[in-house]
Design a protein around this ligand. Structure first.
Ligand SMILES: Nc1nc2c(ncn2[C@@H]2O[C@H](COP(=O)(O)OP(=O)(O)OP(=O)(O)O)[C@@H](O)[C@H]2O)c(=O)[nH]1
Ligand SMILES: [Mg+2]
Length: 367
């Protein structure tokens, strides 16, 4: 494993998540610098801190700097030049994890598209720097060739988008088929590591990979289960994470469209998280769901990992999330499943009564 210096905001839960991300991407967080501001113009961090980072890297023979925020192309370049090792920002780290774990052709295409969307503004930065003479000979290219390189990247984005759309169309056909068969769908969504796959496995009698780290699941799986004498299609989905750029959601849209077109969206929260993290993660999930066009009324919030909490703690956390009649379960032990199934039946029953069919054949539940 490469040893890295982690640069991160000074909050315990943010540090923990940053560590988990770094590890999942193959970096061992050997040292940490925490800073309240990670958006300073030249290096992301202030010049003094950047010097300190360079010293830590040098003295401890580290291989990389992992920066848990977004960096522009020029910030990355400046920091890498100062520290003399590679610099990976948060988005790049997430992309690397996705690239390592993408196993289906579709996921691979999606990751490539997200990578290009990540590189494009940075390539433009490089063009600007090359033009100002600040970064001559980037890739051994002169400034005109760099212009050509950016144009080439834009073309590739176009080609990839078309391919991703083709796969997406196949999903649309599959969805139309399901809708014609009158099968309702439920997507299990939530922050990465909240226990979606564990729940999916329990409900569907499957044995999909469950992980301790982040982003164990990248491709959605759908299975049918019987609920109230009706076949319900449940889908396990890719986890959400805070500060996820919209272009990444865009790249994974065909996967996440399963969510947009579901009759019911189960939002699973890890109730064992400390309160502040719980609330922040919940907010980032509801933000992502709204980015995906899921109306609030279609979401069923379920508190998971209840086995790790007392009833009193659960009540307190439900209150913090504003849940009036909380459904609390343990995906691991099966506790609370009866209430969960009851809530699912009730919500599906209500959605069936007023369900209409959308032009593409998807079933559109009431807003
Ligand atoms: N104690 C306890 N642990 C749980 C429960 N549900 C899941 N876990 C654990 O939480 C970790 C993450 O579980 P996963 O099911 O992989 O979570 P996920 O939401 O699918 O994660 P990603 O696919 O990475 O987004 C694993 O170590 C599970 O064993 C639960 O009800 N109780
Ligand atoms: Mg999973």
């Amino acid at each position: 494993m490469k040893k890295a210096l982690l640069v991160v905001y000074p909050e315990q839960y943010i540090i923990e998540e940053a560590k988990a991300l770094a590890e999942a991407a193959g970096y061992e967080p050997a040292d940490i610098i925490s800073q309240k501001y990670l958006s300073r113009a030249k290096f992301g961090i202030g010049s003094g801190k950047a010097e300190e980072a360079a010293r830590i890297v040098r003295e401890n023979h580290l291989d990389a700097v992992v920066f848990d925020a977004r960096l522009s192309g020029s910030q990355t370049y400046n920091l890498a030049k100062l520290c003399k090792v590679e610099v990976k920002d948060r988005e790049k780290v997430i992309l690397e994890i996705f690239a390592m774990r993408a196993s289906t052709a579709e996921a691979k295409l999606q990751v490539q598209l997200a990578e290009l969307n990540y590189e494009l503004p940075r390539a433009k930065d490089k063009v600007r720097m090359a033009k100002k003479g600040e970064q001559p000979g980037f890739f051994g290219l002169g400034k005109y060739e760099v212009d050509v390189y950016v144009r080439m990247m834009k073309d590739r984005v176009g080609t990839l988008r078309k391919k991703v759309d083709e796969v997406r169309n196949r999903r649309v056909i599959f969805r139309q088929h399901r809708a014609r068969m009158g099968m309702p769908g439920m997507a299990i969504t939530g922050y990465t590591g909240s226990g979606k796959t564990t729940l999916f496995n329990s409900l569907a009698g499957e044995s999909k990979d469950v992980g301790v780290g982040v982003f164990t699941t990248l491709s959605p799986t759908t299975r049918g289960i019987m609920v109230d004498h009706t076949k319900l299609l449940i889908s396990d989905t890719v986890g959400f994470i805070s500060r996820l750029p919209t272009y990444m959601i865009e790249a994974f849209k065909s996967t996440l469209e399963e969510v947009s077109y579901s009759n019911l969206v189960l939002l699973l929260v890890d109730a064992s998280e400390p309160e502040e993290k719980l609330v922040r993660n919940f907010e980032s999930c509801t933000w992502t769901l709204s980015e995906l066009g899921v109306p609030e009324g279609r979401t069923l919030v379920v508190m998971n990992k209840a086995d790790l909490l007392t009833g009193e703690q659960l009540g307190e956390k439900a209150w913090r999330l504003g849940l009036k009649d909380p459904v609390a379960i343990s995906a691991k032990t099966g506790a609370g499943f009866e209430k969960l199934m009851g809530a699912i039946e009730e919500r599906l029953g209500a959605s069936r009564q007023v369900a209409t069919t959308t032009p593409d054949g998807g079933v559109n539940a009431p807003h």
